[in-house]
Design a protein around this ligand. Structure first.
Ligand SMILES: Cc1cc2nc3c(=O)[nH]c(=O)nc-3n(C[C@H](O)[C@H](O)[C@H](O)COP(=O)(O)O)c2cc1C
Length: 375
């Protein structure tokens, strides 16, 4: 029997953490890549080692967070720290995290042009089963050309990447839902008797996409369940989320969520938090930041409008994300502003992940409840 949109929505409200009643969803982002969102030589406790990473997933799970989202990188951005250059592959990571957690959704980030849709559909289904229906797929159309060169692949031009992505995602949706083998002759793929059994536990695993160019945002409106975006001011965030949700609803009859990401530096006093930020900026790895920004500037439309007018400093502590600095009360105020701007959730990053996540759990989570942002 075919799942209708209403059935899917009802299933998700009952079973899928990202559709629970919390007004502000929370997660961790980029923890699987060295230096996470902080392009600085500042000392960090972060380790790309299994025990450290597993500890993060289990702490986030115990705190009731909804999302555990790794970044897919294949090489770093150079500089002294080789920013993000040490990293775990995201499907194997999500699978293992799924087996070791209870409620949090474990995501993989998949490069559509690199991973064949039959393989991607099957890996997603497998992790959905391992997790008991808590898997999410963050779909990326291609991003950093040097990474593609590693595979001997040339990136398609920007528009064609999303055409490719539409065909890729349509194939996956068929593999996830159709009981009979099917042939497919498209622009990019020819498949004979394509099939995939078993089916995922969720009627459709949750799909993220971080495109924010006009074409990228349209792709997200058509295929994704959540768009994942950076923003300049809260007014920009409001305008962006209103517009992309309207596109999804009016053109594709779909409900789209919108999420963003932020680096949090939270300490007992504002002065202490500010001192940590100053330390990060003083020890900036400018070469890595410039490498990363120039690859983004050349190859992405997501950041240029609001980012390149701003100082590189924003990239040092945040890598393009919002920056939330202050006492627990101030952090809650800033998270509330983001929520009021129409964001459904914020994916967080820290300097010293384990310690700061513990502190966030003890000091910030209770205040988020008091503020009505979380139950
Ligand atoms: C928050 C965020 C996370 C992203 N994560 C990844 C990633 O893990 N791997 C990757 O190759 N690209 C990643 N991207 C790149 C996007 O998928 C997309 O290619 C980029 O933002 C360009 O979007 P556009 O095509 O709409 O200009 C990310 C982008 C953003 C804003």
């Amino acid at each position: 029997m075919k799942t209708t949109r209403d059935d899917l929505a009802e299933y998700r409200r009952r079973h899928v953490p990202l559709y629970n009643g919390n007004r502000l969803k929370l997660g961790l982002f980029a923890m699987n890549c060295s230096n996470g969102m902080i392009i600085s030589k500042a000392a960090t406790s972060q380790r790309i080692e299994w025990d450290y990473q597993l500890g993060l997933a289990q702490k986030a799970d115990a705190l009731g967070m909804e999302v555990f989202l790794p970044v897919a990188r294949w090489q770093g951005s150079g500089g002294e720290i080789d920013y993000m250059g040490t990293n775990y592959e995201t499907h194997t990571y999500a699978a293992a995290m799924a087996a070791s957690t209870s409620n949090i959704m474990t995501f993989a980030t998949v490069h559509a042009p690199i991973i064949h849709p039959i393989v991607a559909a099957k890996m997603a289904t497998t992790i959905d089963h391992i997790s008991g229906g808590r898997f999410g797929m963050n779909v990326v159309m291609g991003w950093l050309t040097p990474e593609f060169a590693m595979f001997g692949l040339a990136q398609r031009d920007h528009e064609a990447r999303y055409d490719y992505g539409s065909e890729w995602m349509d194939i996956i949706d068929r593999l996830w839902t159709e009981s009979e083998p099917f042939d497919h002759v498209g622009t990019f793929h020819r498949l004979t008797a394509a099939q995939s059994k078993p089916k995922p536990i969720q009627p459709r695993p949750v799909v993220f996409n971080a495109g924010s160019s006009p074409t990228g945002a349209r792709w997200a409106a058509r295929h994704a369940d959540f768009n994942f975006t950076s923003f300049g001011t809260v007014e920009d965030a409001q305008a962006y989320s209103t517009s992309i949700r309207a596109t999804a609803r009016e053109e594709f009859g779909r409900e789209l969520g919108v999420l963003t990401f932020a680096v949090v530096i939270c300490r007992d006093t504002e002065a202490e938090a500010q001192a940590v930020l100053d330390g990060i900026l003083d020890d900036a790895d400018w070469v890595a930041a410039e490498n990363w920004m120039s690859t983004l500037g050349l190859e992405s439309h997501s950041f240029d409008a609001h980012m390149f007018g701003e100082m590189k400093r924003k990239f040092i502590a945040g890598a393009g994300a919002a920056r939330i600095v202050g006492t627990p009360e101030q952090v809650v105020e800033q998270l509330k502003d983001i929520s009021d701007a129409g964001m459904d959730g914020v994916m967080l990053g820290f300097l010293n992940w384990q310690e700061e996540l513990d502190y966030f759990g003890e000091r910030v989570m209770p205040l988020l409840k008091e503020a009505g942002l979380r139950g």
